[in-house]
Design a protein around this ligand. Structure first.
Ligand SMILES: [Zn+2]
Length: 77
């Protein structure tokens, strides 16, 4: 696993508990994923979600409210 750069650690918001990071991630406009930092041993958020295990609510943000928008078979009249 790649080490977190100290400069990244220092400028990022730091969370003591993953729950706190998840709450902030859930409120964010864009998908964020909490990860454990091996510099400060707390949690930071990253927007790099590609290829990573992403919490369900983050996945829902990636696919915003498309459910019900597409209704095949119903032509607009
Ligand atoms: Zn850190």
């Amino acid at each position: 696993m790649k080490r977190t750069r100290l400069s990244v650690c220092r400028r990022k918001a730091r969370f003591i508990a993953m729950e706190d990071a998840l709450i902030v991630a859930g409120r964010a406009e864009y998908p964020l994923r909490p990860y454990r930092c091996d510099r400060c041993f707390h949690y930071h958020l990253t927007s790099r979600t590609k290829g990573k295990k992403v919490p369900q609510f983050v996945l829902e943000k990636l696919r915003p409210d498309k459910v019900g928008a597409d209704r095949p078979g119903q032509a607009p009249s």
